[in-house]
Design a binder for this molecule. Structure first.
Ligand code: PEP
Ligand code: MG
Length: 328
């Protein structure tokens, strides 16, 4: 089916009944931007900026960061790139970064990482904000923050970037024509305060890798647990349904950028919940687009709704049966 997926590159990502699904890719290195054209994606839905920090033996200077961001934006052309601010710390430790007391963490995934670290060590975050703002001068900058646990963390991060933007304006430097701010939903607690968070964001991106590890209290990298809990378990599907409903109510665009969205059946379930933007690994774009082009999303949404009432326990089995029956 390889040739079939390749032929699909230039076809629109639209369902049988005309719903447009944005298919974006996850990226992290300069060359990843080439994948956009190779697979025919709508943009980069998650650019993991920490990759540059992880492959470097010293802290990448602001100019170096800026060059990378500009190259990626240039390669993307008119297509949006959503930059995620550094998600380091915990298991993604930087050898050149001094940690207070050099403390070791028992639970690095739940530790001092991502936005927590970035807000506490804000010199790093300020430099990155400057690099992003200058790289996107004259364009729209999309920026999102990882591991937001409470709305004030998002607010503080946004204020920090805004402060840099205002400073650049004062220096008469060119800035982006607009900055769109997003939060990643990876910590379950954030789902309980969406009424507070959503009015303040331009978009929400669900990181299902971390989210499911925290929902099930199951290490995402543990080989014994890898197959134990299903992304299509009723707990996850109901949880995501509530989040998508809240975003719809607040008219906030919501996407999924975890690996879940790159699996065909999982992607189908997400679309059935109302998700209209997926950011996935480039290799999954062909298969997922093929699914999208063969599905009737109106019927799918009705079917998903019926499954959420709890009478269907095996969502995976029922959904794949439904897909087979409908010729998806
Ligand atoms: C996620 O947690 O789902 C995510 C997209 O971020 P990462 O995989 O980089 O933690
Ligand atoms: Mg994550």
């Amino acid at each position: 089916r390889r040739a079939e997926f390749a032929a699909m590159r230039d076809l629109p990502s639209v369902t049988q009944d005309g719903a447009r699904i944005e298919l974006m890719v996850n990226a992290g290195l300069r060359d990843d931007a080439q994948a956009l054209d190779v697979v025919g994606a709508d943009g980069i839905g998650l650019f993991r900026t920490e990759f540059q920090f992880l492959v470097s033996s010293t802290l990448p200077q602001r100019e170096k960061q800026q060059r990378l961001y500009k190259d990626v934006l240039d390669a993307a052309g008119d297509r949006p790139v959503i930059f995620r601010t550094v998600d380091i710390g915990g298991d993604k430790a930087l050898p050149y970064m001094q940690r207070e007391n050099e403390e070791l963490e028992d639970n690095p995934a739940m530790g001092w990482r991502a936005l927590r670290l970035a807000l506490d060590r804000d010199a790093l975050m300020k430099a990155q904000a400057r690099a992003l703002l200058e790289a996107a001068a004259g364009k729209v900058l999309h920026i999102m923050f990882p591991m937001v646990s409470e709305p004030w963390e998002y607010e503080e991060a946004r204020a920090l970037v805004e402060h840099q933007r205002e400073w650049l304006v004062k220096q008469r430097k060119k800035v982006p024509i607009a900055v769109k701010y997003g939060a990643m939903l990876e910590v379950p607690a954030l789902a309980e305060v969406l009424d507070i968070l959503l009015p303040r964001v331009d978009f929400l991106s669900i990181g299902t890798n971390d989210l499911t590890q925290f929902l099930f209290a199951a290490d995402r990298a543990h080989p014994r647990l890898a197959e134990r809990y299903d992304w299509l378990s009723i707990a996850i599907v109901r949880f995501l349904d509530r989040v998508v409903r809240a975003c719809e109510a607040h008219k906030v665009p919501v996407g999924v950028c975890g690996e879940m969205g790159g699996r065909t059946l999982e992607a189908m379930a997400l679309i059935g919940l109302g998700v209209r933007r997926l950011s996935i690994t480039p290799a999954s774009v062909g298969p997922v687009k093929a699914m999208i082009r063969s599905v009737d999303v109106t019927a799918l949404q009705v079917f998903m709704r019926d499954m959420l009432d709890g009478r269907v326990v095996d969502i995976r089995g029922s959904l794949s049966q439904w897909a087979a029956d409908k010729g998806v």
